[in-house]
Design a protein around this ligand. Structure first.
Ligand code: THG
Length: 371
C-alpha cells in the first residue's frame, strides 16, 4: 500500500494521542479530522455500549459557531425548524437544507447565548455555507470553527460515570440540553446527547491542548463501571434508526424521505432556506421513504461503503444505503431508501456483486422479531 501523506484533511483530534495509546485500529476522516472507528473487537465494543458504558473520540463532530447581533437570525435562516423558543442551554436536532429542500447536513444546534449558536455538524462544510449565506443576506455575524471537540460517553451506565465526575446535576439534564462545567480547570460543556439510543452524554472540550487529560479523567472515573474506548457503532446506530447523513442520503434526499419530517416546521418565516421547496414536497408527498431492510443469511457481510440496488419483481425500487451486521437480530440489516409504493412486510432483493440476496422491508427501529 502507498504511504498516506499527512494532510490538513486528516487533522488530529485533541484525543488523538489518547486513542493511539488505547490501540485504535481503524480511523476515518470526518469534517477533515480523523475519527476512531474501532479498537479491534467490534462485538465486544457493541455489547459494552448496550450493557455498560463506552467512551468515544467524536472530536470530528466540529462546531460551527455563529456569533454576533444577527446570530439567531442566521441560525433560523439556515434551519427549517422553528428555533424561536429555543433557550440558552438547549440543543435541537435540525436537518439543514439547500434551496431545493435537499438535506446538506443534520447538526445538533446548541444555543450558547442569545447571540451565539454552535452547529455540531455531520460531515459536510457548514462553515462555508453559513459564511456565504451570512454575507449574501447582509447579516452582522461572525462564523468560525472554535476549538471545541466533543467526547461522548454512551451506554446505560454513562449517567453514573458522568455524574461521578461532575455531580448529580447532570442527571437532571433533558435530552440535548447542556450546562457549563470544569474539571482541573479544563473548560467544558456537558450535554445529554450522543449518537446512540443507549443513553449518554457528550463532554464538549473547549481547550484542544487538554484532550489526553480529559480522556484520562473520564477513563479513570469509569473504571468501576468497566468503561472502555468505543466509537459511533454502526450496528447499534442502524438498529436504533439514527441517520448518518453522508451515508444514508444522496444528492436529492429531503427530510420527509428519511424520517426527519417531524423536525421540519412548515410555518417558519419565508426567508428560511429551502422552506418553499419543503412546503411543496409536503403538499405533494415524498416519492421515497426510508424503511428497514433485513437480508437473508447468517454470515456478516463485509462493509462495502457504497449503495446497492433494491429490486422487487426484477425492477429497481430503491437503494440499500448503510448496512451492517446486527448483533441483536443476527442478520445483515440496513436502511432502504425506497419508493413510497414499497411497504413494511414487502419481500425484495438486494443486488450485491452480481448476487441477489432475498430481503424484507421492516419498520425502523429494528425489532428482534423482524429478523
Ligand atoms: N453529537 C454531536 N454532534 C453530532 C452528532 C452527535 N454531529 C454529527 C451527527 N451526530 C449529527 N447527526 C445526528 C443524528 C441523529 C441524532 C443526533 C445527531 C439523534 N437523533 C435522535 C433520533 O432521531 O431519534 C433524537 C432526535 C430528537 O428527538 O430530537 O440523536 O451525535 N455533538
Amino acid at each position: 500500500m502507498a504511504e498516506i501523506f499527512p494532510h490538513t484533511s486528516l487533522r488530529r483530534s485533541p484525543y488523538y494521542d489518547a486513542t493511539i495509546a488505547e490501540g485504535v485500529s481503524v480511523m476515518h476522516p470526518y469534517n477533515r479530522m480523523l475519527m476512531p472507528l474501532g479498537y479491534g473487537d467490534r462485538e465486544e465494543e457493541y455489547w459494552r455500549l448496550i450493557d455498560g458504558v463506552s467512551m468515544w473520540d467524536v472530536g470530528g463532530e466540529r462546531q460551527i459557531q455563529l456569533k454576533g447581533p444577527d446570530a439567531a437570525r442566521l441560525a433560523q435562516i439556515l434551519s427549517p425548524r422553528d428555533l424561536s423558543r429555543c433557550v440558552e442551554g438547549q440543543g435541537k436536532y435540525v436537518a439543514l437544507c439547500d434551496h431545493a429542500g435537499t438535506i446538506i447536513n443534520d447538526p445538533i444546534i446548541l444555543k450558547i447565548a442569545d447571540d451565539c449558536f454552535w452547529f455540531s455538524i455531520a460531515d459536510s462544510d457548514v462553515g462555508l455555507w453559513s459564511r456565504c449565506v451570512a454575507a449574501e443576506r447582509g447579516l452582522d455575524v461572525e462564523v468560525t470553527e472554535p476549538d471545541v471537540s466533543p467526547l461522548a460517553v454512551q451506554g446505560p451506565m454513562a449517567e453514573d460515570v458522568v455524574a461521578s465526575i461532575f455531580g448529580d446535576w447532570v442527571r437532571e439534564l433533558r435530552y440535548f440540553w447542556f450546562g457549563d462545567a470544569e474539571i482541573n480547570g479544563i473548560p467544558l460543556k456537558v450535554a445529554r446527547s450522543g449518537w446512540s439510543k443507549q443513553g449518554g452524554f457528550e463532554i464538549y472540550l473547549m481547550d484542544g491542548t487538554r484532550g489526553s487529560e480529559l480522556w484520562n479523567i473520564v477513563k479513570e472515573a469509569g473504571q468501576p463501571w468497566g468503561i472502555a474506548p468505543g466509537y459511533p457503532t454502526p450496528s447499534e446506530r442502524i438498529e436504533s434508526g439514527l441517520l448518518s447523513w453522508a451515508g444514508d442520503c444522496d444528492a436529492k434526499t429531503n427530510p420527509f424521505e428519511v424520517r426527519l419530517g417531524r423536525f421540519v416546521d412548515l410555518d417558519v418565516p419565508d426567508d428560511v432556506i429551502g422552506i418553499a421547496a419543503l412546503r411543496q414536497i409536503a403538499a405533494e408527498g415524498a416519492k421515497r421513504h426510508q424503511l428497514g431492510v433485513v437480508m437473508d443469511g447468517e454470515e456478516p457481510m463485509a462493509n462495502s461503503g457504497h449503495w446497492f440496488d433494491i429490486v422487487s419483481d426484477g425492477k429497481k425500487v430503491g437503494d440499500l444505503t448503510n448496512n451492517t451486521w446486527s448483533y441483536k437480530l443476527r442478520r445483515n440489516i440496513g436502511f432502504g431508501l425506497v419508493s413510497s409504493d414499497c411497504q413494511i412486510g414487502d419481500q425484495v432483493a438486494v443486488l450485491r456483486d452480481g448476487e441477489s440476496i432475498p430481503a424484507k422491508l421492516v419498520q425502523i427501529p429494528f425489532r428482534e422479531q423482524d429478523r
